[in-house]
Design a protein around this ligand. Structure first.
Ligand SMILES: NC(=O)c1ccc[n+]([C@@H]2O[C@H](COP(=O)([O-])OP(=O)(O)OC[C@H]3O[C@@H](n4cnc5c(N)ncnc54)[C@H](OP(=O)(O)O)[C@@H]3O)[C@@H](O)[C@H]2O)c1
Length: 372
């Protein structure tokens, strides 16, 4: 396995040259449309706390959560799918963040970072300077569900530099590019978290919704890695690309799954789409079947027939906070080339609006990544 050298512009900061005082960053200034994303060149470079590292961000993935927060989609007053308010913000949204608490601006968003450590806090080994790292985006305390999300409650990756608690900056050795690596953290950890929560194993027959997306395309690969039989739901012309990722079967996202599978034919499902298909997915699960959910891009409000839930002894798992083993497992899978990146496009940070517009069109498969 080849590790990439520290980029030339980092040589100074790991040795002779001091860090700059200011940096380029995209700053979110409030709920609303794209005008709320401001590219600035005078944002102060963060200082490390005693247990932090400072990373020079090389590449940062685009995620729905950045857009959800900006447009107010996490507000309980909103029931619409994300794309309905992407350009203007959602009418009636309150200032809620994903955790239900008010969201604070100005904020640097960005949950996915691949970067290089350029400074460390006083409690961190100085030998870590120069390390290539991926940031685990869910900063949990030892209390478990008490978390801060990178790029949401604390500043994130849409900036040249980011401060990260050292234990969430994971060293990685890989021949993959910075862009490739930046596609993994948020989507792949969310997918692996769902598969872990539903205890997916060898021979299980699992349905993956939104399989052309970041989380879905990750779930297809990670479910195959566990030896499951994978049925991927995709839209448009994306079937062949998702099949190439390892899906055993690909069906259209509008297919009548009640008719195709019949009641009680699937061991498990991982869903990040939600919306109108939810009831049918539960119908298709076997008694004792497991359902993991990590997103609701097609709509957060669903019909639940409680008889289906209790008469089949179904197990429903909400999945966001990562347990401690998830990210190290992911790093291992990347380093062993057991999973691969799926990059649809790259943009410079300055072109974030164009990147988010393309991302929201959902004509791509995989991830869109910003370079810095
Ligand atoms: N809980 C967590 O920790 C966590 C982490 C990451 C993401 N998420 C959430 O999970 C969801 C998916 O994230 P992602 O990164 O995979 O998103 P993505 O890359 O945008 O992919 C989502 C896919 O869902 C499919 N889809 C089905 N119905 C749709 C609809 N009505 N509108 C738009 N797309 C629809 C599309 O694929 P087809 O065109 O093939 O149908 C799309 O490619 C989002 O809601 C996101 O916020 C949660």
């Amino acid at each position: 396995m080849v590790s990439q050298p520290v980029p030339r512009d980092l040589i100074g900061v790991t040795g002779a040259r001091p860090l700059p005082a200011t940096m380029r960053a995209v700053v979110l200034t409030g709920h609303g449309g794209y005008e709320r994303l401001e590219l600035r060149h005078d944002v102060p470079v963060p200082h490390c706390g005693p247990d932090d590292v400072l990373i020079r961000v090389a590449a940062a993935g685009v995620n729905n959560t950045d857009i959800n927060t900006r447009i107010g989609w996490y507000s309980k007053a909103v029931a619409a799918p994300t794309e309905s308010g992407a350009a203007t913000g959602l009418a009636g949204a309150k200032d809620d963040g994903w955790s239900g608490t008010p969201f604070h601006v100005p904020r640097i968003q960005g949950a996915d970072a691949c970067g290089y450590i350029v400074a460390v806090g006083q409690n961190i080994d100085a030998k870590r300077v120069g390390e290539r790292v991926l940031v685990e985006p869910v900063f949990r305390t030892d209390a478990g569900f008490d978390v801060q999300y990178f790029g949401s409650e604390v500043d994130g990756a849409f900036a040249e530099y980011a401060r990260v608690p050292a234990r969430f900056a994971h060293a990685i050795t890989s021949a993959l590019s910075d862009v490739d690596l930046a596609s993994f953290p948020c989507a792949y950890s969310a997918a692996e978290n769902m598969l872990t929560r539903i205890s997916l194993g060898q021979g299980d027959r699992v349905l993956v919704t939104g399989a052309s997306g970041g989380v879905g395309s990750a779930a297809v690969q990670l479910a195959k890695r566990r030896g499951a039989e994978v049925i991927a739901m995709v839209g448009g012309e994306k079937a062949s690309t998702v099949k190439a990722l390892g899906a055993d079967h690909v069906i259209d996202r509008d297919a009548d799954i009640d008719r195709i599978f019949g009641a009680s034919s699937l061991d498990a499902a991982v869903d990040c789409v939600g919306g109108p298909r939810f009831g049918s997915i539960l119908n298709c699960l076997k008694p004792g079947g497991r359902y993991g959910i990590a997103g609701a891009i097609s709509g957060p409000m669903v019909d639940l027939d409680l008889r289906t839930l209790y008469l089949k002894d179904l197990q429903l798992f909400g999945c966001t906070v990562l347990t401690p083993e998830i990210f190290p497992n992911l790093i291992h899978a990347i380093e062993q080339s057991e999973i691969k990146p799926c990059i649809a496009a790259t943009y410079d940070l300055a072109d974030i609006v164009e990147a988010q517009t393309t991302f929201l069109s959902k004509r791509h498969v995989g991830k869109i990544v910003l370079t810095l």
